[in-house]
Ligand binder design. Sequence first.
Ligand code: AMP
Length: 202
Amino acid sequence: MDFQKGQISISEELNIVRLVILGGPGAGKGTQAQLLCSNLGIPCLDIGQILRQSIISETEVGRQAKPYVEQGELVPDEIMIQFVRQQLLEPNVAKGWLLDGYPRTAFQAEELDFLLEDLEQQLNWAIYFNVPEMVLKKRSLERSRADDQLRIIERRIELFYQRTIPILEYYEPRGRLLDINGDQPPEQIHQAICQHLSLTPN
Ligand code: AMP
């Protein structure tokens, strides 16, 4: 691992890092998640991706989530909370993780803390990629995916402001929020995060 001594105060815990990343659709979360995970040697749990996979495999949770995912709506909290609990009990995440796409509501953020308390774990940072709404829309339109039609993109952005932005007010007073300017080239964003976390960039 590329750790330097610094802000991530996890050395007592064998360098275990637990991060969540927050940002609207098209905020560049995926790219930064990959860079960070490879830097830290931790698995990246892309919750939206895992959900989509569950839909394809027609698992129970996949069947429940399908109508919401197809419409760009948020899957109800109760389903998501159970789903993430299962993901965090998998053996591959015992040595840390990065959650991409979760939490997405203030309730999920609070429930994640309860879950971590239960598992005797702690979240290190919530990293927020701060990107203007116009940029989110432009970037989302440039991607092409079944659930990326204009109406759905707009709905996902609307939901992001309504439901996910309030999460910042949950993490900020707890001293766990890292607000990063996401409207800059990916390498610079990665560098900014590494600087905050006292890591050597990839
Ligand atoms: P994403 O790829 O992260 O944009 O997720 C795709 C879809 O999965 C979203 O539009 C939601 O329908 C659903 N989803 C992913 N994460 C969550 C979450 N934390 N809470 C509720 N729904 C979610």
